[in-house]
Design a protein. Structure first.
Length: 249
């Protein structure tokens, strides 16, 4: 833990969190760097279009790319969270999903009937995710469904009716926004939107490697929320956290 805290002191907020591990290949690195300062443009669609387009470049077989960690690292935690919800079908929203296996993994393995919406504003990312969905085994629950939606995660209030989801997942999306010049305002907009589409008994879960001393005060700015913190890992030598946020009743 102390090693991570010391590294964070030497970097602006968000740099270490998002780039905590090296790029998987030179192709990813060059696509990421193209077009100016990528670290200041992580809220911009073209930045992510270039990044995810590199996954299919040169005839590469599309695959999942997960920031921080993959679905299996948090599968038990997510299934336990779902078990704590009221009986019946559950609705799940994965904001800024990219090509992560998070939403698809839940859809594939949950014994509970799920309606999963994977949302991202990058067409290349959703194109890859659609291909992976087609290649995926059928869901464990025969009535579970997964849909991909092309949209901006900061516009949830326009996209969905209030109280639409039991569970909203955010793995790295808030972190990406916080690094940008307009970051704090857009991250607060994302938070407000996520809370707005939650059912009263629902939960927003943010996955991050930002220390609770920094993240919890930011989350509490949303007002009238409960925040619980669970440490995940260490994975690859880095400690990650699951921040579970719910509305106070």
């Amino acid at each position: 833990m102390m090693r991570i805290r010391m590294m964070m002191k030497n970097h602006p907020r968000g740099v270490f969190q998002i780039l905590g591990r090296p790029f998987p290949s030179p192709a990813f690195s060059s696509a990421w760097k193209e077009g100016g300062d990528p670290l200041g443009q992580m809220d911009q669609q073209p930045t992510w279009d270039r990044f995810y387009a590199a996954q299919t470049g040169g005839g590469t077989t599309p695959g999942h790319f997960d920031w921080f960690f993959g679905y299996q690292d948090v599968a038990a935690f997510l299934h336990n969270t779902l078990e704590g919800l009221p009986d019946g079908p559950a609705s799940v929203l994965d904001v800024g999903c990219g090509t992560s296996d998070l939403g698809l993994g839940l859809y594939r393995e949950s014994p509970r009937q799920l309606q999963v919406c994977c949302l991202d504003f990058s067409p290349p990312a959703l194109g890859v995710l659609q291909q992976l969905l087609q290649q995926s085994p059928p869901p464990r629950h025969p009535r579970s469904e997964l849909h991909c939606r092309l949209a901006d995660a900061t516009e949830l209030a326009r996209l969905f009716a209030p109280a639409s989801f039991h569970l909203v997942l955010d793995k790295g999306t808030c972190d990406a926004l916080l690094r940008c010049p307009r970051g704090p305002g857009r991250a607060q907009q994302l938070m407000a939107g996520c809370l707005g589409v939650l059912k009263p008994e629902g939960h927003l879960i943010q996955f991050s490697d930002e220390d609770p001393d920094a993240r919890v005060p930011f989350l509490e700015q949303a007002g009238e929320v409960n925040v619980a913190v669970k440490e995940i890992g260490p994975t690859g030598g880095i400690c990650y956290y699951a921040y579970t946020i719910g509305r106070k009743t």
